[in-house]
Design a protein around this ligand. Structure first.
Ligand code: GRF
Length: 178
């Protein structure tokens, strides 16, 4: 089972996924140079920065992804909209982690907005479709009833649950592909 992870930043979800599955290999892509990619490179994983600024960029990336025949692609803090033609032709599910209890607070800034509004707090793992943060929900954690924390502690809690959802999904996926 070949799997890819797309990231754009720190890569804390990626690190948690790798740490929980030390014997698994992952192909890691980013649309920009970032800490998560450097970390993964040092750990010996396949890493690549791909320019994804226009349709042609996405088309050539799609070709590469198709050739590798991934079983799953995780978007873990990947800050780019994935075009519909990529989703339809990449040959596997793309799965995204989002830092709110969807359908509350789609798009950017979700964690802070949910914290400010004291609703929709949590995280959601969902299948990616052409609309922003709207695909089928796979797992969710609601934190609305949790003790109110300061924003930094709340962020840590959301990230901890995000990592739990991602690693749980991967464990199940691996079981199914065996
Ligand atoms: C996560 O909160 C994710 O939900 C959001 O971006 C953050 C990524 O963090 N889309 P990291 O790169 O995994 O540290």
């Amino acid at each position: 089972m070949r799997k890819a992870v797309f990231i754009s930043g720190k890569g804390s979800n990626l690190k948690a996924l790798i740490d929980a599955n030390p014997n698994d290999d992952f192909f890691i892509y980013s649309n920009q140079k970032c800490d998560g990619l450097l970390w993964a490179k040092k750990r010996g994983f396949f890493t690549k920065t791909v320019s994804l600024k226009n349709t042609n960029d996405w088309k050539s990336f799609l070709q590469e992804v198709k050739n590798l025949r991934f079983s799953v692609i995780y978007l873990l803090g990947f800050m780019r909209l994935v075009p519909d033609f990529f989703l339809k032709n990449c040959g596997c599910e793309c799965i995204n982690i989002h830092p709110s209890f969807l359908p509350h607070f789609k798009g950017l800034g979700a964690l802070k907005e949910s914290y400010t509004n004291k609703k929709g707090m949590g995280c959601t793992l969902h299948i990616v479709d052409s609309k922003v943060d709207e695909g089928v929900v796979l797992f969710q954690k609601n934190l609305d009833r949790h003790r109110i924390l300061d924003l930094d502690a709340f962020k840590l809690r959301v990230h901890a649950f995000e990592q739990k959802l991602v690693t749980t999904h991967f464990r199940l996926k691996k079981g199914l592909c065996r």
